[in-house]
Design a protein around this ligand. Structure first.
Ligand SMILES: NC(=O)c1ccc[n+]([C@@H]2O[C@H](COP(=O)([O-])OP(=O)(O)OC[C@H]3O[C@@H](n4cnc5c(N)ncnc54)[C@H](O)[C@@H]3O)[C@@H](O)[C@H]2O)c1
Length: 324
């Protein structure tokens, strides 16, 4: 397939591009490099486009055909979204609308959209299935839910297919060790733990040890980024015979506490990890674990990285290589 990957220079998108190319697909990345990296996309044709620049977007897609579009381009820092909601609604909602508008004009009809567990808000069940109530508690989650709803309406009105994949916590790095997780600022737990043991690393902060969980720290569901990439290709294949809108939750279905993750990182790095305990962060639910049964049953998705140690090991190999 010929695939367009907006946001392909970012963490999850660059793993998608690599996985798709390894599977024999032809990849074109589109990115404005606002949070993405040149070093992550050296092997692909790159269209340097901001999705908010409708004219440039139209020019770059004119006359081009793609069998599928996998759309990762978004801003995704919860705390930033609280401080600058307009930035998030514009980038994530208007950006998606602009993209869909040009896809419709060019008769490109299959889209996979990066959604998030943040659309659910505070969980009311132990594990979160697709029908769980959707009450996001920050503008980031709200912007993703709005984009999902827009895509649902577009699919009803036109001959267009969209699958929303709601990831829980993406983690780990490609086995080639050439790409990995590099956000600035980094807010994700595993890279922050691993960076804290490297020379010049900042001391790790643990936010909240008084949650109603088995050890008082937050529990999250970590899913390997290459397993996520596999799900995107399966979703595109599934759309060949299943038109319209669909949505799937993607996680390992196992919850690990912050303390569990620190222990796994200690084992993998052979280091005693020092940390400072801070107060809870606003908007952090105690437990977020996915029920991915629907993706298993309908997409035939089977995550390959089923242990936290294996996920951490892949991330550690990449972090040890230093700056790109
Ligand atoms: N990382 C996770 O754990 C996680 C969890 C759930 C959902 N997601 C979603 O997955 C997607 C990718 O996340 P990530 O962690 O790789 O983030 P990232 O910041 O590394 O990647 C986002 C990419 O999109 C690009 N981009 C942003 N706005 C753009 C615009 N207007 N035009 C063109 N390019 C633009 C950035 O330059 C970057 O390359 C996001 O949509 C995010 O909401 C990520």
């Amino acid at each position: 397939m010929k695939l367009l990957i907006p946001g392909g220079a970012g963490y999850v998108g660059s793993h998608m591009a690599k996985y798709a190319q390894n599977q024999g697909h032809d990849v074109v990345v589109m990115d404005d490099f606002s949070t993405g990296h040149e070093w992550a996309v050296r092997d692909y044709e790159v269209l340097r486009v901001n999705l908010l620049d409708q004219e440039m977007l139209a020019r770059s897609l004119k006359g081009r055909q793609f069998d599928g579009v996998i759309h990762f381009a978004a801003k995704s820092l919860v705390s930033e979204s609280v401080k600058k909601p307009d930035l998030y609604y514009r980038n994530n909602v208007v950006g998606t609308l602009n993209l869909v508008h040009e896809l419709l004009r060019n008769d490109i009809n299959d889209l996979v959209f990066s959604s998030t567990a943040a659309i659910f808000g505070n969980p009311v069940t132990n594990s979160i299935a697709e029908e769980h109530s959707k009450l996001p508690i920050n503008p980031y989650g709200q912007s993703k839910l709005m984009a999902e709803n827009i895509l649902r309406d577009i699919c009803s009105a036109y001959s267009f297919n969209a699958t929303c994949l709601r990831y829980f916590n993406a983690a780990g790095a490609d086995q080639s060790e050439t790409i990995g997780e590099a956000h600035e600022p980094e807010t994700h737990l595993i890279p922050n733990i691993l960076k804290s043991v490297l020379p010049d690393g900042n001391k790790l902060k643990v936010f909240g040890t008084d949650y109603d969980t088995y050890d008082g720290t937050c529990v999250r569901d970590y899913v390997h980024v290459t397993d996520l990439a596999q799900a995107h290709l399966l979703a595109l294949e599934h759309m060949n015979n299943n038109s319209g809108f669909s949505a799937y939750n993607l996680g390992n279905g196992k919850g690990f506490s912050v303390a569990d993750v620190i222990k796994a990182c200690e084992k993998v790095t052979g280091t005693c990890i020092q940390f400072a305990v801070e107060g809870r962060r606003t908007g952090d639910p105690a437990v977020l674990v996915a029920d991915s049964q629907l993706a298993f049953n309908q997409l035939g998705w089977r995550p390959q990285y089923d242990s936290l140690d294996a996920i951490v090991r892949s991330a550690w190999r990449w972090h040890q290589r230093g700056s790109r």
